[in-house]
Design a protein around this ligand. Structure first.
Ligand SMILES: O=C(O)CCC(=O)C(=O)O
Ligand SMILES: [Fe+2]
Length: 280
């Protein structure tokens, strides 16, 4: 099949908008273009889509093998689709802090394909931060300080029996008993798809630098986090019904805003499998 003439335009702050494409029917050539654009831009946003759960699965499988998230409840009838849901009664949302998914895994998920199924009348935007830019714009001294460092990541403090979600009204996310070992990754990774250096620590799952306590690690971690949150490198994605976003977990962070209390929001997420990460 021939590639369609899809258009890719850099979005403000982070990511790119893709138009002139129907995600219900993508050719192999389109997928190759999209995969490279994803690695280069970190996130891709598609307006005006209307894909079924079956088409969502088919699209994800063309990009990468599916990695079923062990903490999220599945969409009824679709074990590989995770429900990212907040009811009108709940006060806590999923992903309501800066993070990148699965950094606690030995081979962290490459990315996600998220579909907007049911949106609140307003609010519920998702922010994306560009971790290539976060690394590139660090001063030379900080770059030298983090070169060769590795960091420990974990999930028990978030998804464990005594973790964050267990104490909220999203308790089904806390799968007590699924003990997850800590994982170590380089602080600056070489992105496996683009070859570029990326800052790979995040406020939700990074615990400390290897060989240091959390207390010893915090001053530098906080400095890196504050730098990465620079609004110049952040895009605010305002969702529309049916809209699709695909992000790369190695090149971006994301943050789901929780500003629509009293309204329902449902997203369908398919997580894409990734690989072990190497130092830049
Ligand atoms: O609901 C969203 O916009 C994103 C939530 C999130 O963090 C995720 O699906 O990984
Ligand atoms: Fe997330």
């Amino acid at each position: 099949m021939l590639a369609t003439a899809l258009r890719i335009e850099a979005a403000d702050g982070c990511g790119a908008t893709v138009s002139d494409i129907d995600l219900a029917r993508v050719s192999d050539a389109d997928v190759a273009t999209l995969r490279q654009a994803l690695f280069d831009h970190g996130a891709l946003f598609f307006r005006g889509q209307s894909i079924t759960p079956e088409q969502h699965i088919a699209l994800a499988e063309k990009i990468a093998p599916i990695d079923v998230n062990r903490f999220f409840p599945a969409a009824p009838g679709y074990p590989v689709i995770a429900k990212v849901e907040k009811t009108a009664e709940q006060t806590t949302n999923i992903g309501g802090g800066w993070h990148t998914d699965h950094s606690y895994d030995i081979a962290p998920a490459m990315g996600s394909v998220l579909v907007a199924r049911d949106l609140p009348p307003e609010g519920g935007d998702t922010l994306f931060a560009d971790m290539y830019a976060a690394y590139d714009t660090l001063d030379a001294e900080t770059k030298a300080q983090i070169a060769g460092l590795r960091a420990v990541h974990g999930s028990d403090h978030v998804f464990g029996e005594k973790g964050v979600y267990a104490q909220t009204d999203q308790p089904e996310l806390a799968k007590g008993g699924v003990e997850t070992p800590e994982t170590v990754h380089p602080v600056v990774i070489r992105h496996p798809g683009s070859g570029k250096a990326v800052l790979y620590v995040n406020p939700s799952f990074t615990l400390r630098f290897e060989g240091q306590t959390r207390e010893e690690s915090l001053p530098l971690l906080m400095k890196l986090y504050a730098h990465a949150m620079n609004p110049a490198h952040v895009h605010t994605l305002v969702w529309e019904p049916g809209m699709v976003a695909i992000w790369d977990n190695r090149a971006t962070w994301h943050f789901a805003k929780n500003d629509y209390h009293g309204h329902y929001r449902l997203m369908h997420r398919i997580t894409l499998a990734g690989c072990e990460l190497e130092a830049a």
